[in-house]
Design a protein around this ligand. Structure first.
Ligand code: FMN
Length: 321
């Protein structure tokens, strides 16, 4: 039977989906697959920090790797498997200049053989799934046959592709523009699933509601949501029941924050800064009375030296419970 892992996921987002964010999201949804930010092989193998740190509670969690050296990727994949990650994902979709200089991200779409080699090497080293996140094309290489050729070159080594349903312009557009300007083409992703029915295809890009997620799932195996999940985290509270058909209780925003308390306190004792945790929760109460004061109070106080749980206590008093 096809694995459920990719049925719904929160997208990898640099500077956003860090371990605090994922812990918070896990309180809202038990079933969703959570992605790390992209972590480069260089950071893991040469960096000083522990770039693979995560909390068991975040599971299922997928490590997104950025890189194009098959051996380095294989080493990182192995380390990640040993640490307990549930999936490794290769970034073949990020268009930033920095990433292009390192010859990885979206520009790898133009070198399908290398992507295949990278996946093959990783697969030799690990038993967990190794998946690819990519786009429907790059620059003028945006035809359907180009996409098919990419998929066919890589699919001997992985059967799971997450496709951001727009192409990337590698020069001229900023990463932000590359998430907004090239038009979305969901039909092309649906077509891919029709033409390669044995592959697991997840769709990504511009998806905002449970109704939209359900609609996409009529055509493909999975849906990945990025910005909307971050900006409207309550969306995640509906996913277990509506998308996974698992009868987990739906948590309200206030309870979600209270459930986060032990984590906040534990992290503070380990030297974390309150604002680094709370920034991911700022939009949780959007639409409710007091939401603005909640955001403002945290924004003005959570970064202060020594800020502790009492800041969250106070911020909650602005909300109607
Ligand atoms: C702030 C930000 C950072 C991102 N960082 C990554 C990343 O590290 N790796 C990646 O594959 N995609 C990254 N993306 C792209 C998202 O994963 C996703 O493909 C894109 O936002 C489209 O989905 P959405 O419309 O649901 O947000 C990033 C997007 C945003 C907004």
């Amino acid at each position: 039977m096809r694995s459920n892992l990719n049925r719904f996921s929160v997208a990898p987002m640099l500077d956003l989906t860090d371990k605090h964010c994922r812990y918070f999201h896990r309180i809202l949804t038990k079933e969703t697959l959570l992605y790390t930010e992209m972590v480069t092989t260089g950071a893991i193998l040469l960096g000083k920090g522990d770039y693979l740190a995560f909390n068991d509670i975040e599971k299922p969690v997928s490590l997104q790797l950025g890189g194009s050296d098959p051996d380095a990727l294989a080493k990182c994949a192995k380390l990640a498997e040993e640490r307990g990650y549930n999936e490794i994902n290769l970034n073949v979709g990020c268009p930033s200049d920095r990433v292009q200089n390192g010859m990885f991200g979206a520009c790898l779409m133009g070198n399908a053989q290398l992507v295949a080699k990278c996946i093959e090497k990783m697969r030799e080293k690990v038993n967990i799934p190794v998946t690819v996140k990519t786009r429907i094309g790059i620059d003028d290489q945006d035809s359907y046959p180009f996409l098919c050729q990419f998929i066919e070159t890589v699919m001997p080594y992985t059967d799971t592709f997450i496709i951001h349903a727009r192409k990337a312009w590698l020069s001229g557009l900023s990463p932000k523009e590359n998430r907004e300007v090239p038009p979305l083409d969901y039909q092309r992703v649906y077509q891919l699933k029709r033409d390669y029915p044995n592959l697991t295809i997840a769709i990504n890009g511009g998806i905002k509601t449970v109704a939209e997620i359900k609609d996409h799932l009529l055509h493909v195996d999975g849906v990945m949501v990025g910005r909307e999940a971050y900006q409207n985290p309550l969306l995640l509270t509906e996913i277990d029941q509506q998308i996974f058909h698992v009868d987990n209780p739906i948590i309200d925003a206030f309870t979600a924050i209270k459930t986060l308390y032990p984590y906040i306190e534990d992290q503070l004792t380990k030297g974390a800064q309150l604002n680094h945790i709370m920034r991911h929760t700022l939009s949780l109460f959007n639409g409710q009375k007091g939401a603005k004061q909640w955001r403002r109070y945290l924004s003005e106080n959570a970064h202060k030296k020594g800020a502790g749980i009492e800041v969250v206590d106070k911020a909650l008093t602005f909300l109607n419970q």
